[in-house]
Design a protein around this ligand. Structure first.
Ligand SMILES: [Zn+2]
Length: 251
């Protein structure tokens, strides 16, 4: 048996009354487990396996099976507020979706777990949930090995970056004007303000991220850059928040 702290990324119905739950566990990384009977009226799991929940899990591992068996769950932080408001749900979904799509199974990174946990709490208490989620999404990408290149040209390596900055999602960062011209169909022009916020988001420790502000034009530019970059990194467009709500309705 394994005991671990985990954050629920998603869950889906399985068989007659079960659920398959995908979590990010602090000591195991991304895992999938079966919660037997989780959809029954008087399930011992209750609402403990809803997305965004921070919990203590007791798991059993069967040799030759990639799925864990979930035997017991204690809710540490339910984050129900993130599931009761569409804007909050959309913001929180940005975080769990990127971790779910980009991390391989069973590749433990306690620091990634911490950033995700901090991000969900920060979104829950933010005046600007989507802006906060965007900044934490950048932080999660950095931790997962996809730090956006902001120091030299992500395409040709030239430094320092002079002239009007562009972000090239397929190259994973800022590019010089020459490379931006070469890839003009896919490169996104950024204002100096956006470049400054992007650099700060990459450099700041997660606890200080909430002090950054990304509003108006800066928000739009960074959002487009991050969305397109995440699509490249994940190899597909991530589902919007309303896709996630499908796993919330009906047990
Ligand atoms: Zn270049």
């Amino acid at each position: 048996m394994v005991k671990t702290t985990a954050i629920v990324l998603s869950s889906r119905k399985w068989g007659e009354a079960d659920r398959i739950v995908t979590c990010y566990a602090s000591t195991l990384g991304k895992i999938r487990g079966v919660a037997r009977g989780a959809r029954r009226q008087k399930s011992r799991f209750g609402a403990a396996l809803e997305p965004f929940t921070l919990c203590r899990l007791d798991l059993f591992e069967k040799t030759g099976d990639s799925l864990f068996r979930m035997s017991h769950v204690d809710v540490l932080m339910s984050h129900h507020e993130l599931r009761e408001d569409l804007e909050l749900m959309g913001a929180a979904a940005r975080l769990v979706n990127v971790v779910g799509a980009v991390t391989p199974e069973r590749d433990a990174d306690p620091q990634l777990f911490e950033i995700l946990a901090q991000g969900l709490s920060a979104v829950a208490s933010s005046q600007d949930p989507l802006g906060t989620a965007l900044l934490f999404q950048i932080k999660l990408l950095c931790r997962m090995g996809f730090r956006p290149q902001t120091d030299c040209c992500a395409a040709c390596g030239r430094a320092p970056l002079a002239g009007a900055p562009h972000f090239l999602p397929t190259a994973g960062g800022l590019v010089c004007p020459a490379c931006a011209t070469q890839h003009h169909a896919r490169s996104l022009p950024l204002s100096q303000g956006s470049v400054a916020v992007l650099r700060q988001a990459v450099r700041l420790v997660p606890s200080l991220l909430v002090r950054l502000r990304a509003e108006g034009r800066i928000r739009n530019e960074i959002e487009e850059a991050v969305d397109k970059y995440v699509t490249i990194v994940a190899g597909r467009r991530l589902p919007p928040a309303d896709f996630l709500s499908g796993s919330l309705s009906g047990r």
